[in-house]
Design a protein around this ligand. Structure first.
Ligand code: PGA
Length: 227
């Protein structure tokens, strides 16, 4: 059985209090559902402000979930006001998303900046999920996983078809030689199994569906324990 990567992306949502409440409720739902995921790595990519309190709680309760950031500075530690360096992120989490289409669209991130971010993340030892909107977009060397996320499918409720996503992902694998490629764009508890049952698709990157603890627990269960 292939190993899945399920990475929730909270985007710019939740306060510390809301995040801790989510974690406790998510854990309770997973236990209620008896969801098991030895065959999956579950990662929660959260705003920087939530990494520390969530890490404390995850460590305390020994929960089977890893943390990730949603961005990283293209520079090392130093005089870069407002940035969070890869070394600072690595202190609190093991994963980072780089190149999400919202970063490209609203913050003007270019392939050049993104390659710098990958270098920084890599040298700090972070696992990198690199997002691309299609199979033509360049993927810098050194990333651990690629997320294929067609822009029109993000936050719209209109996902790609599993067949097309599988086809694009096969193409990305051939082009980049990166073995782990996941799909993102309106993934839900209802459609997740149809994506991960495609041979080429190694997991999913749900945004909206990760904000609700019950939906995220169901999504994990449906991905890992298909009926
Ligand atoms: P969505 O977001 O699941 O809400 O479409 C996915 C993403 O932007 O990573």
């Amino acid at each position: 059985m292939k190993k899945l990567l399920i990475a929730g992306n909270w985007k710019s949502n939740k306060t510390v209090q809301e995040a801790i409440a989510w974690l406790l409720e998510w854990n309770a739902k997973c236990q209620m559902l008896n969801a098991k995921w030895e065959n999956a790595t579950v990662v929660l990519c959260v705003p920087f402000t939530l990494l520390y309190p969530l890490k404390q709680e995850i460590d305390r309760l020994q929960l089977p979930i890893e943390l990730g950031a949603q961005d990283v500075s293209p520079f090392p530690d130093g005089a870069y006001t407002g940035e969070v360096s890869a070394r600072q992120i690595k202190e609190l989490s093991d994963w980072v998303i780089i190149g999400h289409s919202e970063r490209r669209k609203y913050f003007g991130e270019t392939d050049e900046i993104l390659a710098q971010k990958v270098d920084q993340a890599k040298s700090a030892g972070l696992h990198i999920i690199y997002c691309v909107p299609d199979k033509e977009t360049t993927v810098p060397p050194g990333v651990d996983a690629v997320a294929y996320e067609p822009m029109w499918a993000i936050g719209t409720g209109k996902s790609d078809t599993p067949e097309n996503a599988g086809e694009v992902i096969r193409g990305i694998k051939v082009k980049t030689n990166i073995p782990v490629v996941i799909y993102g764009g309106s993934v839900t508890q209802e459609n997740v199994a149809s994506f991960v049952s495609q041979e080429a698709i190694d997991g999913v990157l749900p945004g909206g569906a990760s904000l609700d603890p019950e939906k995220f627990a169901n999504l994990i269960k449906n991905a890992c324990n298909p009926r």
